[in-house]
Design a protein around this ligand. Structure first.
Ligand SMILES: C[S@@+](CC[C@H](N)C(=O)[O-])C[C@H]1O[C@@H](n2cnc3c(N)ncnc32)[C@H](O)[C@@H]1O
Length: 324
């Protein structure tokens, strides 16, 4: 028999997302910093008993909770990432992800039109509440992954970093903590920087950070840069705009300077997560999608960069290069 399992797996995958989003929204993981039975959780969160029991058991089935003798407990993972008081909390970024959910139901429409079904500027200043959530969400997500990047790059001797599309500034602040001689200029759209300033102000390295309002599709990135970081920006851009941004990064860079591209890239059509991530930009932006790592390396080479290397930090990939 030809196994239909991949079809059923895909058809029901949204059940899992729905359980996670609902449990976060009603506050299950905050409620279970103190273990409880289903009745206790229902009372604490003002839920129906039937609903609480079903949701809690679903969380157990998905390894988001543990159940021992009728008592539900957070796992170490849910305690760390899904409670609001944890410094590693992902709740804001997950809420933002949950808000993209109705757009995924419109995927067939976006596929027909080749366009998003929401105003693309909502997250980039159009809607103040969504914009704040976007910036804080990027910060929460970056906290979990920026350290891996910091561990694979060497910016010894560098004085000035340009962080293009630097958003909340999480990468810049982590890098500056590692390199006390380094300063950073964070380039991003003005409405994003208005929110990011409050995050940068509490970083402890804000005296070495300058926020530069910039539209990377139009403006350049200053001069004298010893390193240029472009993290999570180029997937919003067409290949042509990406190439233009790489050329501008090269022009503003000192000889011997380093280029660091951090993003989800595909390589021979994998990984699946990076491929699906591309669809998110069909749903939310007029341009963009996941770029292929080999294309990106070729564009960096065309812009003049040498010594191009690709490092896998699954699911992310880092492409490093140098200006001769
Ligand atoms: C996914 S976020 C990445 C943020 C950060 N670099 C990181 O990796 O966590 C993409 C960033 O690109 C910024 N961006 C989008 N379009 C831009 C443009 N035209 N010019 C400058 N920044 C832009 C967004 O505001 C956002 O901060």
């Amino acid at each position: 028999m030809i196994d239909p399992a991949p079809i059923y797996d895909a058809a029901t995958a949204f059940w899992k997302s729905s359980v996670l989003f609902a449990a976060c929204r009603v506050g299950v993981f905050d409620a279970l910093t103190d273990p409880s039975d289903a009745e206790g959780v229902a009372k604490r969160l003002d839920l129906s008993q039937r609903g609480a029991l079903a949701l809690l058991d679903a969380c157990v089935a998905l390894d988001l909770l543990e159940k021992k003798e009728g008592q539900y407990h957070n796992t170490p993972t849910s305690e760390r990432y899904l409670t609001s008081e944890s410094p590693a909390s992902l709740l804001v970024t997950l809420e933002l992800q949950a808000k993209t959910y109705p757009m995924w139901m419109n995927l067939s429409e976006s596929v027909k039109k080749g366009q998003p079904t929401i105003p693309p500027r909502d997250l980039l200043g159009g809607d103040p509440e969504l914009t704040e959530q976007f910036v804080v969400g990027m910060h929460q997500r970056a906290l979990g992954i920026a350290e891996s990047l910091v561990n694979v790059i060497d910016l010894s001797g560098c004085r000035l970093l340009a962080d293009i599309g630097g958003g909340p500034g999480t990468y810049s602040t982590m890098i500056l903590k590692r390199y006390p001689e380094l300063r950073s200029r964070i380039f991003d759209l003005a409405p994003i920087q208005d929110v990011a300033r409050t995050l940068v102000a509490t970083s402890g390295v804000d005296d070495r950070i300058e926020m530069v309002p910039c539209d990377a599709t139009k403006d350049d990135f200053g001069n004298g840069n010893d390193a240029v970081l472009i993290s999570g920006l180029l997937h919003r851009m067409t290949p042509e705009t990406s190439q233009d941004i790489l050329r501008k990064a090269y022009q503003g860079m000192e000889s011997g300077g380093q280029l660091i591209l951090n993003d989800l890239f595909t390589l021979d059509g994998e990984p699946a997560l990076a491929v699906l991530f591309g669809l998110q930009f069909l749903l939310t932006n007029e341009t963009g999608g996941t770029h292929d790592a080999r294309d990106m390396a070729a564009w960096a080479s065309d812009a003049g960069f040498v010594d191009i290397e690709t490092i896998s930090l699954f699911p992310y990939m880092v492409i490093t290069a140098r200006k001769a």
